[in-house]
Design a protein around this ligand. Structure first.
Ligand code: GAL
Length: 526
């Protein structure tokens, strides 16, 4: 082992899983009446493990061969299902609430996405290899579920306008089946514009058809981007703002030359610089003549329309498709995402594989917690853990922050070549349980002391998750009085990363935090 690998192995905090069974994953899942339901039961412990499931609503059954609950149910309500796992070492029983109703993504989405490490250089075999690695690495048994293809899978459309996979994706339905066969779920990507961000075919004017194709392929998740929808939105805004102007200015805008539609009719594309220049000149005029508050309802309606179109199309399918918006947080998307039927929305631009990017994006989320709840999550973008540039301490910060934020967790590294450290960061059930807590509250900052930030997240059982971050360049000893956390003195302290209880302290919490690192605790009445 070289020195770097040795250092990374030494940095591991997560203890190996116990030998006796431990059921992991979310404690609550949503399904719409009569939609196909598939839930693989994540469980660690020495094999063989015999699983038993009772109290299932009618229409759902447990398949012990695949460790999966499946079927369709039309019984609405909260169904408390009891799951027991047994092996030679012991047994574990846990309740899973299946909510049959309108809500999906009742805990943040956990899975993998191709973009951060492969960009558009993907193919069907690569995706399937990643899905298989999700199983062979054991990540599936910690609750990791979705295998999401990002940009780069699309070919053209057939004579009837139906979207096709490119030569690199010859059979998307077979891929969906294979992913489901592994106990996982299948995600895909598109854009409301004519082209996606990487220049592939988008869903513009084909929303209903695309939603139907996704359902036929067995898609469970859609990330809907923005990119070329931007120019369409600007054209529509110009129209909307111009209508606000008095006659004289309206004529001035029109007099600017050829109408945009004429340009289009002449075959000049909306990506063309002549088109863009004209658009910008006309926009500059109307911006001067109108106020932001006059424009806001127009802006919002224009931004929401394409997302609503796809959201409604997805809802019409006979399967549940979790819907993620990717407009980079424009127009305060967190305020209206649910109105267009989305379950999560990106709050920022793209994350990069660097400490600066993770830090800038992650810590900027404070304040957005009021907009997050089960089925409506703020998404600060996919994880960079396991790629080239983050140190082990920075990986602890990244994971701790995304868990305290109740952010969707989408791994962005190559699952087939993770080292032991990376795998350990993704396999810590106590850390993941903070992210997946059924109360679904996004944490926020309670105080800032120099480079030290303390964040907290209330949990379902009345306990509180406390994260201590050191954004500085030096190791720090941090002392936090219970009063600072609005807690009284009789609290138990659990170190989540190392999965061990710490001695109770009357005064508060004391911890050492390495530079760029984080610690995560679960505190409350013992
Ligand atoms: C960006 C998006 C990325 C990725 C990329 C694909 O707009 O933020 O996460 O999906 O497009 O082209």
């Amino acid at each position: 082992m070289d020195l770097l690998s040795l250092q990374r192995t030494r940095a591991i905090r997560t203890p190996p899983p116990a030998a006796r069974p431990q059921i992991n994953g979310p404690r609550i899942v949503g399904v719409r009446p009569d939609s196909p339901f598939q839930y693989y039961i994540p469980v660690t412990g020495v094999r063989p493990i015999v699983l038993e499931v009772s109290e299932l609503p009618s229409g759902l059954h447990f398949n012990p061969k695949t460790a999966t609950i499946q079927g369709r149910t039309s019984e609405p309500g909260h169904h408390k299902v009891v799951i027991t796992g047994r092996n030679v070492e012991g047994q574990h029983t846990r309740e899973l609430t299946i909510v049959v109703g309108d809500g999906l993504a009742l805990t943040p989405t956990m899975g993998w996405s191709s973009w951060n490490c492969f960009n558009a250089k993907i193919d069907q075999e690569l995706i399937l290899n990643q899905a298989q690695a999700m199983v062979t690495t054991g990540l599936i048994d910690h609750g990791w579920t979705y295998i999401n293809i990002d940009d780069g899978w699309q070919g053209g459309r057939d004579a009837d306008g139906r979207i096709q996979g490119g030569a690199n994706f010859p059979d998307l339905r077979a891929l969906g089946d294979a992913i489901h066969g592994l106990g996982l779920k299948f995600g895909i990507y598109s854009s409301p514009g004519p082209k996606t961000c990487a220049g592939f075919e988008g869903s513009f004017r084909h929303e209903a058809q695309d939603a139907q194709s996704y359902a036929e392929w067995g898609v469970d998740f859609l990330k809907h981007d923005w990119c070329t929808a931007q120019i369409l939105a600007r054209v529509r805004r110009l129209g909307g703002y111009t209508a606000l102007l008095p006659d004289r200015e309206r004529a001035e805008v029109a007099a600017l030359g050829v109408e945009i539609d004429t340009l289009k009719a002449a075959g000049i594309s909306d990506q063309d610089s002549e088109f863009k220049n004209l658009l910008e000149r006309r926009l500059a005029i109307v911006l001067k003549q109108t106020t932001a508050s006059e424009r806001l309802p127009i802006d919002l309606a224009i931004e929401q329309a394409p997302y609503r179109l796809m959201g409604e199309a997805l809802r019409r399918q006979g399967r549940d498709i979790v819907y993620n918006l990717c407009n980079y947080g424009q127009w305060n998307v967190w305020q209206w995402g649910p109105q267009v039927h989305a379950h999560s929305w990106r709050t920022t631009g793209d994350i990069l594989d660097s400490w600066e990017s993770v830090e800038k994006i992650g810590f900027s989320q404070n304040g957005l917690e009021v907009w997050s709840a089960p089925g409506r999550w703020n998404d600060p973008d996919m994880l960079e853990i396991g790629n080239q540039n983050l140190t082990p301490d920075e990986c602890f910060t990244h994971m701790t922050l995304w868990c305290i934020l109740a952010a969707p967790l989408l791994i962005g590294c190559d699952l087939t070549s993770m080292d032991a450290f990376t795998l350990s960061v993704f396999s810590n059930d106590e850390v993941l349980a903070i992210n997946q807590d059924p109360l679904g509250r996004q944490g926020n900052r309670v105080f800032l002391r120099g480079q030290i930030e303390v964040w907290r997240k209330p949990l379902m059982d009345g306990m509180t998750a406390i994260a201590v971050f050191n954004r500085g360049e030096e190791v720090a000893d941090v002392d936090i009085a219970w009063a600072d956390l609005h807690l009284n003195d009789q609290v138990s302290i659990r170190d989540c990363w190392r999965q061990r209880d710490l001695p109770q302290l009357a005064a508060g919490l004391k911890t050492r935090v390495q530079a760029h690192s984080a610690e995560l605790f679960r505190v409350g009445k013992s």
